[in-house]
Design a protein around this ligand. Structure first.
Ligand code: ADP
Ligand code: 5GP
Length: 202
């Protein structure tokens, strides 16, 4: 059996990656979402263990120090990281895994897992990004400005990813991400078990 495919999805905060990933997950039961750890406070509606594992800085540092994180990074004053165990367990069991993470952590995953498929989602413009964050109403004006000010630096890193998708019309963006996921499952480098299986019978 081939292993699952590891997808890294990044975008400036407010672009719409959670919205897109949510729709992709709803439509495809083989894909597992990697629940990250964070020291950020929960937003209204976020559930511990589903949206994130919310934890203290001490607990986060101890997970990092014990080698429990696949990657980790600081973003706008909070720490975020991907618990390693569930990612590899799901991949070994043949499930695809989506990491929804920022660009510093994404570079660490690309280094550790070169077979991972990177998708960068672009906002139509920085002005649109600001308005989406305002409309989402989950962050203060100061936090919104901080997040938007990071966006240009993040967009410059889009070149490191395998694919870019613009999230202007939401349905189009969802459909494009789904097509990329579907095509990536056929990548030669991820299908050696299938090829070898056929060769065995030759
Ligand atoms: P991110 O996860 O990248 O921070 P979200 O998924 O939370 O972004 O989306 C930010 C806001 O933008 C949300 O209020 C969401 O409903 C809205 N949004 C997402 N995609 C679009 C789109 N294509 N057009 C208009 N609004 C969008
Ligand atoms: P938010 O606070 O809006 O939920 O997330 C802020 C940023 O952190 C987003 O770009 C989000 O994708 C990113 N993020 C979420 N989880 C992780 C993670 O596990 N690792 C890294 N490096 N970034 C993460």
């Amino acid at each position: 059996m081939n292993k699952g495919v590891l997808f890294i999805i990044s975008a400036p905060s407010g672009t719409g990656k959670s919205t897109i990933v949510g729709e992709v997950l709803k439509a495809d039961p083989n894909i597992r979402f990697s629940v990250s750890a964070t020291t950020r406070d929960p937003r209204p509606g976020e559930t511990d263990g589903e949206s994130y594992y919310f934890m203290s800085r001490e607990k986060f540092d101890s997970l990092v120090n014990s080698g429990g994180m696949l990657e980790h990074a600081e973003f706008c004053g909070n720490c975020y990281g991907t618990p390693k165990g569930p990612v590899f367990k799901n991949l070994e069991e043949g499930h695809d895994v989506i990491l929804e993470i920022e660009t510093v952590g994404a570079s660490q995953v690309m280094e550790a897992c070169p077979e991972a498929v990177g998708i960068f989602i672009l906002p139509p413009s920085l002005k649109t990004l600001y308005h989406r964050l305002k409309k989402r109403s989950t962050d203060s004006e100061e936090v919104i400005k901080d997040r938007v000010s990071k966006a240009a630096g993040e967009v410059r890193k889009a070149y490191k990813y395998d694919y870019v998708v613009i999230n202007d019309d939401l349905d189009t963006a969802i459909s494009e991400v789904r097509q990329i996921i579907s095509a990536s499952r056929k990548l030669t480098k991820l299908n050696s078990d299938t090829i070898e299986g056929v060769l065995k019978e030759c």
